[in-house]
Design a protein around this ligand. Structure first.
Ligand SMILES: Cc1cc2nc3c(=O)[nH]c(=O)nc-3n(C[C@H](O)[C@H](O)[C@H](O)COP(=O)(O)O)c2cc1C
Ligand code: SF4
Length: 678
């Protein structure tokens, strides 16, 4: 038996967990009609198959009608959930993986204009900054009703065969009762700590009355709100002991912080550039104080840190949740001695940020995640070995190379630069986004293992490519910044990339016109502001950095606010003109009728890229498909069979920003879904 601390079994009450790695509850927004159907099941089964000890499904599965989901959660208040959860549970169990579900009432952390338009309810009338609904103050009949709702939902989960449930108590109704900041009730449910905990213990009693003593019931809760006037660490430790002593709870899943603002949520679930495992020691303190089964997750991205969490006795079970989105096969790889092959989570938080914008969780650099029904996590071999020539070693190109090599093809990559990476290399220049380079590094090391040939400093033209005698050519040449967007004075502006690449020195008084709303504008702003320069970001949108979502934006706002960077929304840059040694920026607006001027020393335009597509057009005539992609076949997962040119010597495709400016996920997804069928 392995001596790896992570691979030791753990006995939780009557449940054998085969190792110490768990996926904590997270709602990837995959339910259909509020139910965990095929996509949902496939996502969890893939991870179960690859060896994780337990997967906690849902994330905020709703126990009551007046807790409508804000990002497409499971509706645990419906009886039909039992059948769907049973199917999921049975399939996960086939792989000797335990499965539980998180149940909750969101309280004020939702909106009244969802689902049934019922009023939002809480122990306070104060609204939550993030969701902005003014709640009604819970009446006695609300409390009685919701306690029953919890018990009903718990009973449904027991009926579905789950190994247990977890109650959510950070930022939701349960701890809204706990916190002095969000409990305006008088006794018996308000006032003293005992009164504020009463709702939780009444709920636990009702649940136990339904599910009995054997069924596992845990709680995921904040042990320290880190808010003035909120629950302190001492309160948290006291609550932890009371939960343990109640005899109604089987494990503690510890969180530190608060989630009522974007910034608070980001400190609870840190993103890239933020500290690794910031709350692990705190979770360890809870375990030491309670001597009770303790779970925890928060940016434990790598196996070494997870191993330390277990070996040092800080945790009983360690959560690697986003890490399992990036690579479902972590445990399998540890067991095979292939830890260095784990696809690293780079903390980009595309997964989590997306659900708040109404989309399903997708991993920035694993496009098969959430698409297990259509895209392979392990790419199968092709029937016939072909020669695939790829031009460009940015994210699209290196993913195409990896997938083609996994298919068993001979792969040659031409890259004009002396190294791979493309736009990711540029993005990773900022310390805040340095983790991004792992997207490229992981692919390069997979390509090395698979024997891909890289030709750097190779500015490939059509002749170079044809000399390789390819069966398939994939153009992944990316794009270049497009700044030619002004009515006058285009020659006076530089691009955000010029700043990031170091091709232009930051000015002293800088206007950044951010019309793309992506990371490049923010990164340029931070780099310039760090020199002590004055920086104003101007955008024609109603909010700035529209493509960088809430949690990912948090570290930037913190850094930029410290440097007094200003944000001007709803104005656009119309023109620039020279004004002695300085520049004048002329601002207009889509709303019409007004202009303003700014005197600055530098104007930076961030307006996305235009494709570098000359090579693609040069190669078209020699190709069999003239570059055409059969979208029906692409989406259906069928090979490409378009033939327009009988004399064509190769199939030709282009992917990523060489087609049109998009993002890293789109580039990598382009590559995977095309090349997996080549
Ligand atoms: C897409 C997504 C949805 C999440 N939803 C929930 C949720 O509903 N309830 C919850 O307790 N945690 C939720 N989480 C937080 C995770 O359980 C976990 O605490 C967090 O991702 C930090 O752990 P990690 O760094 O290992 O990913 C979510 C995380 C992600 C990525
Ligand atoms: S999107 Fe980023 S944070 Fe989320 S799983 Fe993928 S790499 Fe990790």
């Amino acid at each position: 038996m392995s001596s790896d601390p992570l691979l030791q079994p753990y006995r939780l009450k009557n449940l054998n967990l085969k190792n110490r790695l768990i996926i904590t509850s997270h709602e990837p927004a995959y339910p259909e009609d509020g139910m965990p159907k095929e996509r949902y099941r496939a996502y969890h089964v893939e991870r179960a198959r690859a060896g994780v000890a337990m997967t906690m499904t849902a994330g905020s599965a709703s126990v009551a009608r007046d807790s409508p989901p804000v990002f497409n959660n499971i509706l645990a208040w419906k009886d039909e959930v039992v059948g769907w959860m049973k199917q999921l549970t049975d399939e996960v169990h086939e792989h000797d993986c335990a499965v539980m579900i998180q149940l909750t009432h969101l309280g004020r952390r939702t909106r009244w204009d969802k689902a049934d338009w019922l009023p939002v309810v809480s122990s306070s009338q104060e609204r939550e900054a993030s969701h902005k609904a003014f709640p009604k103050l819970a009446e006695d009949w609300d409390i009685a009703r919701i306690i029953e709702d919890y018990a009903d939902a718990a009973e449904r989960m027991k009926e579905a065969g789950l190994d247990g449930i977890e109650l959510q108590a950070y930022g939701h109704l349960m701890d809204q009762f706990w916190s002095p900041l969000t409990n305006d009730l008088d006794g018996p449910y308000g006032g003293s700590l005992e009164n504020r905990l009463r709702f939780t213990f009444d709920t636990l009693k009702a649940i136990r009355a339904r599910v009995g003593d054997e069924f596992i019931v845990g709680i995921r809760y904040t042990g320290d709100e880190e808010l003035t006037g909120g629950l302190t660490k001492e309160d948290g430790l006291e609550i932890s002991r009371r939960l343990r002593d109640s005899g109604m709870v089987d494990f503690l899943n510890v969180i530190r912080g608060h989630i009522d603002t974007d910034a608070g949520l980001t400190d609870v679930i840190p993103v890239q550039g933020m500290r690794s495992a910031p709350h692990l020691d705190f979770a360890g303190e809870v375990r030491a104080a309670t001597n009770f089964p303790t779970f925890h997750a928060a940016k434990i991205q790598d196996v070494a840190t997870a191993r330390h969490a277990i070996a040092s006795g800080k945790l009983d079970m360690v959560g690697m949740t986003r890490a399992h989105m990036a690579d479902p096969h972590i445990v399998a790889k540890i067991m095979r001695g292939e830890e260095d092959r784990i696809r690293p989570c780079v903390g980009a938080n595309y997964c989590l940020d997306r659900i708040y914008q109404g989309g399903m969780a997708l991993c920035l650099h694993n496009p098969a995640t959430g698409r297990e029904l259509e895209q392979p996590q392990i790419v199968p071999k092709a029937g016939e070995r072909r020669r695939v020539v790829i031009v460009g070693a940015g994210p699209a190109g290196v993913e195409a190379a990896r997938v083609a090599a996994e298919r068993g093809h001979e792969v040659i990559v031409h890259e004009a630069a002396p190294h791979a990476g493309g736009q990711i290399r540029l993005a990773a220049q900022s310390p805040r986004r340095a983790e991004m380079i792992q997207i490229i590094q992981w692919r390069l090391s997979e390509c090395e293992r698979l024997g891909v040939t890289f030709r750097y400093n190779s500015f490939a033209d059509a002749e170079t490519v044809e000399a390789d005698n390819p069966d398939v050519v994939i153009v992944a040449t990316g794009g270049l910044p497009h700044t030619d967007v002004l009515d006058a004075g285009n020659e006076l502006v530089i691009s955000a990339w010029d700043i990031l690449a170091g091709d232009a020195q930051p000015g002293q008084n800088v206007l950044i016109y951010d019309d793309a709303g992506d990371y490049a504008g923010l990164q340029a702003a931070e780099k310039i502001a760090e020199t002590g320069a004055k920086v104003e970001i101007v955008t024609r949108d109603r909010s700035f950095a529209s493509e960088v979502m809430a949690m990912s934006l948090t570290p930037f706002i913190r850094a930029l606010q410290k440097r007094d960077v200003t944000f001007t929304v709803t104005w656009k840059l119309d023109a620039a003109r020279r004004d002695g040694n300085a520049l004048t920026a002329v601002l207009g607006t889509d709303y019409g009728g007004v202009t303003r001027e700014r005197n600055v020393t530098q104007i930076v335009v961030n307006h996305g890229t235009r494709p570098l597509d000359d090579l693609y057009f040069d190669l078209r005539a020699g190709s069999s498909n003239l570059g055409e992609v059969d979208y029906e076949a692409l989406v259906a997962g069928q090979p490409q069979s378009v033939r327009h040119n009988e004399d064509g010597r190769y199939q030709l495709f282009r992917i990523g920003d060489a087609v049109a400016a998009r993002n890293t996920h789109a580039a990598i997804y382009d590559a995977l879904r095309l090349v997996k069928d080549i």
